[in-house]
Design a protein around this ligand. Structure first.
Ligand code: PBG
Length: 308
């Protein structure tokens, strides 16, 4: 008689992007093992239910992740799949962030109406209305172009693209990774790359949590993890944790391996972009958390705390 197969239950938000990500992880797990079956457990979060308030005013950190985590803690699911950039950096008692799969392309993208002739950031007409509620994106754009008008925008990717197409904005900014995952990359007019724009902590990476005592699932999540991505996001998240800054702070980071070692660039800005603090440190790839803490320490020494 066949023994009963354990089903790995995957808790996820219900947005199109979250469901894509959860299905992607389900496929990776199925490729890794035939010992388990997988099933999705959709969860609605306050971040999804309230589409009107600017995100940073909605109880801030964890509005997209807290309820998904609770479902796992209460054993109604076994793993939680998050966009790592939405996951607060502090540890959650009872949960282990055991899965960090390979990161997708991590930069931000500018989207213009389909008939626009504008091809570069510098070509944007003076006073262009740019839709983004992210203080990180707003402050970095204002740091190079004081003339731009930054406007709040909410909603999932489809909703935001519709708001652009109906003329509410001259351009909007979205992460390249999310657009690619939903097959919308043809809407990208151009990428916003460093030094103009540093991405968010963990941007384009996924974070998968499970209960800290679920050794079977922890091992499975290690098998679908990617060593280099894990090193990079460990440095980035340690920097944000030491800064005591959340995902809505005006902070951008970029962690990359080069010939000299593991390099972490970070920028913190005032909301209007007039003040900015830049730090770049190269460290030992074997100690990414120390590198992140060192970069945070230097930002604080420069006076960045005032804006965090
Ligand atoms: N805060 C929303 C969010 N969280 C994750 C992504 C998709 C990209 C990613 O995984 O970094 C997005 C959308 C966006 O910023 O455009």
């Amino acid at each position: 008689m066949a023994t009963e197969q354990r089903i790995i239950r995957i808790a996820t938000r219900e947005s199109q992007l979250a469901m894509w990500q959860a299905n992607y992880i389900a496929d990776r797990l199925r490729e890794t093992t035939s010992l388990f079956d997988v099933a999705l457990v959709p969860v609605s979060t306050i971040g999804d239910r309230d589409r009107t308030e600017p995100l940073r005013e909605m109880g801030g950190q964890g509005v997209f992740t807290r309820e998904v985590q609770r479902v796992v803690l209460e054993n109604h699911a076994d793993i939680a799949v998050h966009s790592l950039k939405d996951l607060p950096t502090g540890p959650i008692p009872g949960l282990s962030l055991a899965g960090i799969p390979e990161r997708a392309p991590r930069f931000d993208a500018m989207i213009l109406p389909e008939d626009s002739q504008v091809r570069t950031f510098d070509d944007l007409p003076a006073g262009s209305r740019i839709g983004t509620g992210s203080p990180r994106r707003q402050s970095q754009l204002l740091s190079s172009r004081r003339d731009l008008e930054l406007l709040e925008i909410r909603g999932n990717l489809d909703t935001r693209l519709k708001k652009l197409d109906t003329g509410e904005y001259d351009a909007i900014i979205l992460a390249e990774a999310g657009l690619r995952r939903l097959g919308l990359e043809q809407r990208i007019s151009f990428l916003l790359t460093p030094p103009l724009m540093l991405p968010a902590v963990g941007q384009a990476a996924l974070g998968i949590e499970c209960r800290e005592d679920d050794q079977e699932v922890i091992e499975l999540l290690h098998q679908i993890s990617h060593a280099q991505t894990k090193i990079e996001v460990t440095a980035e998240r340690a920097c944000m944790f030491t800064l005591q800054a959340g995902c809505h702070a005006p902070v951008g980071v970029l962690c990359q391996q080069d010939q000299e070692g593991l390099k972490l660039d970070a920028v913190a800005l005032s909301p209007d972009g007039k003040a900015r603090f830049d730090v770049s440190v190269t460290g030992d790839p074997a100690s990414p958390a120390e590198l992140g803490a060192e970069v945070a320490k230097q930002l604080i020494e420069q006076g960045a705390s005032k804006y965090l």
